[in-house]
Design a protein. Sequence first.
Length: 300
Amino acid sequence: MAFKSGFVAIVGRPNAGKSTLLNTLLDQKVAIVSDKPQTTRNAIRGILTRDDFQIIFIDTPGIHKPKHKLGRNMNKESYASLSGVDAAYLIVDGTEAIGSGDRFVLDILKTHKIPVLLILNKIDLLPKEKLLDHLDRWNQEFDFAEVIPVSALKQRNIDRLLKVTLDYLEEGVMYYPEGQKSDYPQQFIISEIIREKVLKLTEQEIPHSVAVVVESMTQKKDKLVIQAIIVVERDSQKGMIIGKQGAMIKHIGQLAREELEMITQTSVYLELFVRVEKNWRDRQTLLSKLGYVEPVMDDD
Ligand SMILES: Nc1nc2c(ncn2[C@@H]2O[C@H](COP(=O)(O)OP(=O)(O)OP(=O)(O)O)[C@@H](O)[C@H]2O)c(=O)[nH]1
Ligand SMILES: [Mg+2]
């Protein structure tokens, strides 16, 4: 049998479950997940290699109405990911009614001539009667190449999704070596894991106002020493990240360290600092420094 390969963009509104789906498809965490919208800020490639195929999935930031330059960059990153892919997954939250945000995403997909597979996610939360009704409504919105209900979280119908996806890929080469699962350096994953813990433990505007940069990683005897900076927008946010007598930052550090030790398979000493960079989400030079580079679009 011929070896197949290709690229699949995973797009949709914030919180639909794109990153959860990517991790489930790869059976490994390559993208962070949270219950707060706009968690993912960069397009992240996840590579799935089997004996007879390689699929490069591109997880993207949720497409939304941006309030800052960061948000505009994030949307652009999602649009750019649709260029040159073999297919797109439009992933939607099956528990929610179709709204203007969904139609906005559909309009973008319509400008590309690629097959769109509708992935109706979170079916674990959906009674069967509702599922059929919902699929019906979605089918009236667009001529989808396929419609596949799944639960990314409970790993339902994922094998079928993979099998169907292969129909849209051509015979091709292996783009990445067999063992590689993601296209980002370890430093990025580490900063993302720390950010994930901030998202988990904080509320309201804090999750959106935070960026994390890994400043240094050094091996000292049997310990990996990681220094990272949590960047916030205001002094008051700095106070909240630190918490009463340092309780919050301690908790963030503890959760992050536990996970970092698991993925690096070594003992970790994590030093966290908090820095205020006023309005960093609207300042391009700071955005670039923090790893949110403005994507170059074909039509710019
Ligand atoms: N019950 C249920 N929850 C899910 C499922 N998939 C994802 N979730 C939850 O939905 C929330 C959002 O998941 P993410 O994977 O971060 O969503 P996303 O689309 O990547 O979000 P952004 O990066 O913000 O665009 C998390 O709390 C997940 O646990 C699912 O199949 N069932
Ligand atoms: Mg995400």
